[in-house]
Design a protein around this ligand. Structure first.
Ligand SMILES: Nc1nc2c(ncn2[C@@H]2O[C@H](COP(=O)(O)OP(=O)(O)OP(=O)(O)O)[C@@H](O)[C@H]2O)c(=O)[nH]1
Length: 329
């Protein structure tokens, strides 16, 4: 999600995920919707869950009766994931008994269509639910997105982080938190003025956001020139590689900053990892990331400080895994 998209998304920019084990049913649904909204199909509940790890469809058309994971089970699993909990799901069912209808509603679907599908009803239900979702997305962005930078704000952090921690504890996966801060930003404002300062904040934020590759990775503005990047399901090696890439990308923007020893805008970063260890709360992890950020600042800036990782400065020739000569300001 990015502020540039607010109010600009239409049905043609959306994505419907069709989940059905029958190739012929998938083809029928795809064909009926081809002039309405772009669709992607998968042939099982498991594939739908895998797909949703890396993509966020705007609506799911879910066959109810499938081998292994049926539509109800798949829906329950998707609903337990923070990023998938709000995706509208329409069941496509061949049974129209009262019991089956009740089961569908209880599973958390927003609607259902009965096979054989009526083309007009299908298109109108899909359109109506996607339009509803687009309006909700827009409202969420207005509440959760910082206008100046396009990054998420603290309200979002307060809502998203507890849900994420719960999910990480349940799945025993590491959660990486990285706090970034623009180096010598007060000097930048003093030298170039606040308007250029604002524009620099926007460029840095957009660059970081564009460089985050997974939909669950989030950028949050937690202070004036301080950002938090949340990397779910990422260990220290992975988070180090991502952070070094982000630092390098901002370094390569080459935004002039003549009062900095590097002659350009650079970032410092502190990394900490939350493991499935209830004794270390998310507040402890934030504090550790903040301490590491402070260490990166005092060690010369333009670098990452991570747990048990050698401090590396970022330069033109920087390669993520090779230690390079340290620069000092
Ligand atoms: N233009 C602009 N400046 C901001 C905004 N928010 C915070 N700042 C400025 O960011 C600067 C932060 O200064 P410091 O906390 O001293 O940090 P620094 O100068 O970056 O120094 P180091 O972090 O130690 O490298 C202050 O001058 C703030 O006014 C904003 O929205 N727009």
């Amino acid at each position: 999600m990015y502020i540039e998209q607010v109010g600009e998304r239409t049905l043609k920019d959306c994505k419907v995920l069709i989940v059905d084990d029958q190739a012929s049913s998938r083809l029928v649904l795809e064909t009926l919707l081809e002039d309405t909204v772009p669709c992607t199909s998968v042939s099982s509940g498991q594939e739908a869950i895998e797909y949703c790890k890396f993509h966020t469809p705007d609506l799911i058309l879910m066959d109810v009766s499938m081998p292994e994971l049926d539509g109800h089970q798949t829906t329950a699993l998707l609903r337990s994931k923070p990023l998938c909990a709000h995706i509208p799901i329409i069941f496509v069912t061949s049974s129209s008994t009262d019991e089956e209808e009740t089961r569908c509603w209880d599973s958390g679907c927003v609607d259902f269509v009965v096979k054989p599908v009526n083309a007009c009803t299908l298109r109108n239900r899909v359109k109506s639910h996607i339009n509803h979702k687009l309006r909700n997305d827009l409202l969420e962005k207005l509440i959760y997105v910082d206008k100046l930078t396009g990054a998420y704000n603290r309200h979002y952090l307060d809502d998203y982080l507890p849900r994420l921690v719960k999910d990480e504890l349940r799945t025993s996966t590491p959660l990486a938190l990285v706090i970034f801060d623009i180096d010598h930003f007060k000097l930048f404002n003093d030298m170039y003025g606040h308007l250029d300062g604002d524009s620099c904040l926007w460029k840095v934020s957009k660059t970081i956001n564009d460089a985050l590759l997974r939909p669950m990775d989030k950028l949050v503005r937690i202070g004036g020139e301080e950002f938090l990047v949340i990397l779910p399901n990422t260990d220290v090696e992975g988070a180090t590689a991502v952070t070094e890439r982000l630092l390098k990308t901002v370094y390569d923007l080459n935004i002039p900053h003549s009062a900095s020893g590097y002659g350009r805008i650079t970032l410092s970063a502190g990394l900490a990892i939350k493991h499935d260890d209830a004794s270390k709360t998310i507040d402890h992890v934030m504090l550790e990331a903040d301490k590491n950020l402070y260490a990166a600042k005092t060690s010369g800036r333009n670098q990452l400080k991570a747990p048990s990782v050698v401090i590396k400065s970022i330069s033109e020739n920087h390669h993520a895994h090779l230690p390079i000569k340290s620069q000092s300001e």
